[in-house]
Design a protein around this ligand. Structure first.
Ligand code: GLU
Length: 353
């Protein structure tokens, strides 16, 4: 499965890129060398890289990451060119160009923008360029941002229809506890069902510069595998880690792919933020859950929050159990006058029927 992967997304975390001075150019040189080896075999590579805020902190000699959102955004704007400069230098040695691609959550949520971004990525890959993707932090405020590059890397894998997502980090995979604090911590080699990790792992540790601890890696992997994309979380500083993964060696933690969700289902579940909660009566629950029918407006008993046509909403029964998530077919004010609330084709069931 892994050696057959043709299109690969590689996520590089801030901690890996960090050296005392700023961005670790030796690390990037080594990474570029491995990526070039991979590309020589006819494979395509997309990189998702953090490190903009880190580079900004170093450039302005601040010593630590600021707390306020606008300052983080400003630092990302300062650091992003430094980051790209390092990628450019590293790949230039091989005569390869890199491209800066900055995405926002909106670019992925809107169908049209998703396709535009996809077409651009396809064109870059046809040109033989290595795209280096980051979140467009400068314009991504808290409520709308993806928030961490682990989750971004899952979305990018879906965007480019990748065959494999490799998340490189400072630990050598997913452990049941923080291996830096607990020498007894055990590496989990294969994950068949990411939800089960919640029962066996303690993911409370976070890092200084990156947003994601282990948990966001699991979250990201959960998304990608549901779109049929296998994921490996591995140590970015392990020797020749990328080449070893692609030669089939067991490295890090492998998340096995699941049955592929439809694009629409993925969008509703993982890209759209729920704008409101709607509560439906028993008759409607029966129709929607057991019979797979559309949700009619007359079954809606209560609404919390506001929504507009096309927004995602969560659907609950009157006991407060989450039943599913779907796209509203009308604005909230029109609920009484319109017959249809959510079409069955735009509803994702989250409760067992
Ligand atoms: N976009 C942020 C940066 O480049 C990183 C987010 C993350 O670490 O997940 O600094």
């Amino acid at each position: 499965m892994l050696s057959k992967a043709r299109r690969i997304v590689i996520k590089v975390g801030s901690q890996l890129l960090s050296s005392g001075e700023g961005i670790d150019s030796d690390f990037l040189k080594n990474l570029a060398g491995q990526v070039e080896e991979i590309r020589k075999t006819g494979r395509e590579v997309v990189i998702v890289s953090s490190g903009a805020v880190l580079a900004g902190v170093k450039a302005l000699k601040l010593g630590r990451k600021p707390h306020s959102l606008s300052e983080k955004q400003a630092l990302s704007a300062v650091g992003q060119p430094y980051l790209m400069e390092e990628y450019r230098k590293a790949f230039k040695e091989f005569g390869t160009e890199v491209a800066q691609v900055l995405l926002t959550a909106e670019d992925l949520r809107s169908k049209e923008r998703f396709h535009n971004a996809k077409n651009t990525m396809e064109a870059l890959l046809r040109f033989g360029v290595v795209p280096v993707v980051n979140e467009n932090d400068t314009v991504s405020v808290e409520e709308i941002k993806i928030g961490d590059n682990d989750n971004l890397s899952a979305h990018v894998s879906v965007l480019v229809d990748a065959d494999l997502l490799i998340i490189l980090t400072v630990t050598n995979g997913i452990y049941d506890r923080d291996p830096n604090r607990d020498p007894e911590a055990k590496l989990i080699p294969v994950v068949e069902n990411p939800e089960q990790l919640l029962d066996i792992c303690d993911f409370s540790g976070k890092t200084d510069f990156g947003t994601g601890g282990m948990w966001t890696k699991v979250e990201a992997a959960t998304k990608a595998v549901k779109k049929g994309i296998p994921v490996i979380v591995a140590g970015g500083r392990e020797e020749n880690v990328l080449l070893r993964i692609l030669s089939g060696e067991r490295v890090g933690t492998l998340f096995l792919p699941e049955k592929k969700l439809r694009a629409k289902t993925y969008r509703i579940l993982f890209l759209m933020k729920p704008e409101a909660k709607i509560f439906i009566d028993e008759g409607a629950e029966e129709a929607v859950i057991k019979k797979g029918k559309s949700l009619l407006s007359k079954g809606v008993k209560k609404v919390e929050g506001n929504f507009r046509k096309g927004d995602a909403v969560e659907v609950y029964n009157l006991k407060g159990e989450l039943l599913g998530k779907g796209l509203a077919r009308c604005n909230r004010e029109e609920l009484e006058s319109s017959k249809l609330c959510i079409h069955r084709d735009e509803f994702v069931l989250l409760k067992d029927s």
